[in-house]
Design a protein around this ligand. Structure first.
Ligand SMILES: *Cc1c(COP(=O)(O)O)cnc(C)c1O
Length: 226
């Protein structure tokens, strides 16, 4: 049964998170598991909620919008590249957007949140190798100021994906430095979203407060899906 499989996988992920917290001398309560349900049906999201998962994530607007409408009683996170023309939609259902990486997106999310009468938590996505998908570390404080000044948005912290080919421990170490620079200016922006199925231990060792786990909970996505 799918429920048993998900419960078993969740138990294994919980063991990994708890072990990583112990190894890092951090309390387990500092790390939130965000389960990434992309490509899996809403029925899986409902099973996860009923198994006690409180935070779910998606990376495409259309799929996310449907699941957020179908599955209430959880916090919905939006992770991954976000086009400006989808920002208004995302701001109407997402509780947390992890991929805020440019001024135009801040403005579009702010307009959408205001229109929906909502408040959306924003994480600044950091590019750790200078490539697309994420702001450069040197642009982060200006972007943070723009979020703070924007109606309907709350600045909460940073997010990153370890670049392919970079040692995850090194990548998340860099993110931790950037996160400290941000909290020095914005003390309430304490979230660090880092770590996926393959590298959650390294992320927790480097201070992650939120790990985004898909495959280890739900199984392997088909090759044609992302
Ligand atoms: C898909 C995805 C994840 C989860 O990845 P897994 O390797 O399946 O755990 C995490 N973060 C982002 C941004 C994703 O797109």
């Amino acid at each position: 049964m799918r429920r048993d499989e998900l419960a078993q996988n969740l138990g294994e992920v919980e063991q990994r998170i708890a072990g990583a917290c112990r190894a890092a001398h951090r309390p387990r309560s500092e790390v939130t598991l965000v389960v990434v349900t992309k490509t899996w049906p809403a029925s899986d999201a409902i099973l996860l909620r009923d198994l006690g998962v409180r935070d779910l994530a998606e990376n495409r607007d259309q799929e996310a919008r449907g699941k957020a409408a179908a599955v209430t009683g959880v916090r919905w996170h939006f992770v991954g590249q976000l086009q400006t023309n989808k920002a208004g939609s995302v701001a109407s259902y997402a509780d947390v957007v992890h991929s805020v990486d440019r001024p135009g997106l801040v403005d579009a999310l702010s307009r959408g949140a205001t229109r929906a009468g909502r408040s959306v938590e924003a994480l600044l996505q950091v590019s750790l190798d200078g490539r697309r998908g994420g702001a450069l570390p040197e642009d982060l404080l200006a972007l943070a100021d723009r979020v703070v000044a924007a109606d309907g948005l709350l600045l909460r912290g940073v997010m990153a994906v370890a670049p392919l080919g970079m040692d995850p421990a090194e990548a998340f170490g860099r993110l931790q430095v950037v996160a400290a620079e941000l909290t020095a200016v914005h003390p309430s922006a304490t979230m660090i979203s880092a770590g996926m199925s393959a590298d959650l231990e390294q992320a927790i060792a480097a201070g992650a407060t939120h790990v985004r786990v898909g495959t280890a909970v739900l199984g392997h996505r088909s090759a044609h899906l992302r």
